[in-house]
Design a protein around this ligand. Sequence first.
Ligand SMILES: [Zn+2]
Ligand SMILES: [Zn+2]
Length: 262
Amino acid sequence: MRKIDYHMHTHFSADSEASPREHILAAINKGLDEICFTDHKDFHYPYCPFDLDADRYFHELKQLQKEFANQIKIKIGLEMGLDVEFYDEINAFVNAHDYDYVIGSIHVIHQSEFYDPADFFKGKTKEEAHQEFFENTLECVQKFDCFNCLGHLDYICRYGPYVDKQVNHQRYQSIIDDIFQTLIQKGKGIEVNTSGYKDRKTCGFPTFEQVERYYQMGGRIITVGTDSHTSDRVGEHVEDVLKEYQRIGFDDVSTFTKRVRD
Ligand SMILES: [Zn+2]
Ligand SMILES: [Zn+2]
């Protein structure tokens, strides 16, 4: 399997100061075959404007692509916050540039976000919040076509004012299955995001149990990404995840050029 890191942020994202060059050097150092930058764009983000200066982004990354062409494959991607309230704006933004790969992520629902101060959870039990999160994810993957893979499927378990934040997948399995079914029918995939990786069992996002379910339902398009906001995390746990992919039955990870699978 090819060693890739298909989820990385740099100073082009409001929540990172990392330099793209340092990410590239870290990736080469770790022996990765291919990386994809996926800086953030979200249309409604009340506390931190996740804007992306796409012209500057492409200008800088294209130069680095050339400079490192003999050492590593570099793709230019995007982590697009999916939000049905900004359907037209999101499509226009994605289509305005030739991204190689687009992650569709749910960061905000009905103008409330999951990070501190976490408006989204106010007045909700954990079950109500998780139910709404998965239902919204389903609605987004049904409505949007402008992405390649769904980002961090169950990362909601990181947030909320609950003592035990874990997602009880069983409880929402029929919605999660509908999400997988929709992705498979549309020729889209999922990622495993290693920012939640602790060990094989608790690995997020999602868990390998869910990855296995996705595979059994016919899903074959899969990527792995670290969600690195600093260069020291580039490539972290990628090999652990690839081992699990192999065990589950995947032949290889997917890579993309201009939003088409290579
Ligand atoms: Zn994200
Ligand atoms: Zn991210």
